[in-house]
Design a protein around this ligand. Structure first.
Ligand SMILES: [Zn+2]
Length: 460
């Protein structure tokens, strides 16, 4: 049996070669890895064994298989995972309920993250070692020319690398878990990388960032936009070399604001907890699907394939690297559009546009009349993490009013959930420095907008 280093070297070599072999080499790897993953899932996951009972013995194409959704998988969690030592109940008591365990390898070998996804039903995702080896290698090799430029590396080394992760605290979310896991592995990393929860009051965040003086920023673009305006106002005084945006869409105006105020380039990474290295950004700014290790299928509302150039209703994804919790034709909920023509960069990997959640700010009024901007993500997390909430939408209807559409868990008492959400929002708004915000509970349930998109927090 090959050791971890041998495996890593073999995967690294293969990631290099796939790029050089072009579309045929990529398709061959995808097909072989899918067949192996499906065979493994059938043997080790009772959930998939049952689901695939009518599927062909040898699967050559993902479209021969049924798709799966987060709710169904989470309801069958213990049968979904392929390591019988893992159960959802034990994961919750041994790891997820305690934030001091953030980034710890579960059972010595698994990284566990929870989502705060756009449908409001958090998923618990377990990645094995090979899954993370593939993520790290694919990111480093495929984004070697775009993620950090040579001049930026020199400036980072001269000023000292200090990375500030702008992520949502309060849960085992991917951004925090990855950062804390790196900090746990080496004391040198722990000193140079710090997590800053964007859920905390802005003045505290600004003071701590001034003290830490980061040379690298990564995380939510909405948080960076907020920091850009603090920098313009003179309260924040940092000089990052590079900002890496992920977790939300970055608009052109948002990018311009960050670049102008913080004086650094902004690059984008698409990070999904289920398929962490699904795409890599090329030097032309396009996102290319790493199709040798991940499958992306744009589909319509009936889960039929959508041609290139047409925006999909949702996207099915397959993670060919992770065995402990097979993600095969999983409904990601994001709308994607495959490019119709080859990218000028010459990459053999298909280019795609992904529409994630919007990173626009919403603002409320402070008692002195000043506007207080709030991150939709922070506001959304406060609601989403309330016990009994299944899905929600929060609409800012005025400088002091917020309308809520709540869908509660079937066994929850609706009135109690509403009161709990109001209390949590009350303390959140107090720490953000707004005046009291009136919460109006709508009768209608959460729903998609006219374009069919499900938004969580926005201004009416
Ligand atoms: Zn390209």
């Amino acid at each position: 049996m090959r050791g971890v280093f041998g495996t890593t070297a073999a995967i690294a070599w293969d990631v290099w070669r796939a790029e050089g072999e072009g579309p045929e080499g990529i398709a061959r790897r995808q097909q072989a890895r899918l067949a192996e993953l499906v065979a493994f899932a059938r043997s080790a996951s009772p959930f998939y064994r049952h689901l695939y009972r009518d599927a062909p013995d040898d699967v050559a194409d993902a479209r021969q298989l049924p798709h799966v959704g987060k709710r169904e998988l989470m309801e069958n969690f213990d049968d979904w995972v392929t390591d019988p030592h893992i159960t959802l109940a034990r994961l919750k008591t041994e790891l997820l309920s305690d934030l001091s365990h953030l980034g710890r390898a579960y059972r010595g070998k698994y990284l566990v993250v929870t989502t705060s996804g756009t449908t409001g039903e958090p998923a618990v995702l377990v990645h094995d070692r090979i899954s993370w080896v593939v993520v790290n290698l694919v990111v480093r090799i495929r984004e070697r020319r775009t993620l950090v430029r040579a001049g930026e590396v020199r400036r980072l080394l001269r000023r000292g690398p200090r990375a500030a992760a702008l992520v949502a605290g309060g849960g085992h979310f991917a951004g925090v878990v990855l950062t804390e896991s790196a900090r746990r592995r080496a004391a040198a990393v722990a000193r140079r990388v710090r997590v800053f929860s964007v859920l905390r009051p802005l003045p505290e965040l600004v003071a701590e960032l001034n003290e830490f003086n980061p040379t690298l920023l990564y995380g939510y673009p909405s948080a960076m936009i907020q920091l850009a305006s603090e920098q313009r106002a003179g309260r924040l005084r940092i000089r990052p070399v590079l900002a890496i945006s992920s977790g939300e869409n970055l608009s052109a105006t948002g990018r311009a604001a960050i670049e102008a105020s913080l004086g650094c380039r902004v690059t984008e990474r698409y990070l999904s907890s289920e398929v962490p290295a699904l795409t890599s950004q090329c030097r032309n700014g396009a996102f290319h699907v790493n199709a040798d290790w991940y499958i992306l299928e744009p589909v319509d509302e009936n889960y039929q394939p959508v041609p290139a150039g047409v925006r999909s209703y949702t996207a099915l994804v397959t993670n060919l690297a992770n065995r402990v919790q097979p993600i095969i034709r999983y409904d990601l909920g994001d709308r994607v559009t495959l490019a119709t023509s080859p990218c000028p960069c010459g990459s053999p990997f298909p280019a795609v546009t992904i529409e994630g959640r919007a990173g626009d700010l919403v603002s409320f009024e402070a008692p002195d009349g000043r506007a207080v901007t709030v991150l939709p993500l922070a506001l959304g997390t406060v609601i989403e993490e309330t016990a009994g909430v299944r899905r929600f939408q929060a609409i800012r209807t005025g400088p002091g009013t917020l309308r809520l559409r709540l869908e509660t868990e079937p066994d929850a008492d609706r009135a109690q959930v509403q009161t709990a959400v109001e209390q949590r929002l009350g303390s959140f708004f107090a720490t953000q420095g707004t005046g009291p915000i009136a919460i109006d509970h709508a009768d209608e349930p959460p729903r998609t907008d006219r374009s069919g998109k499900f938004r969580q927090v926005w201004s009416a």
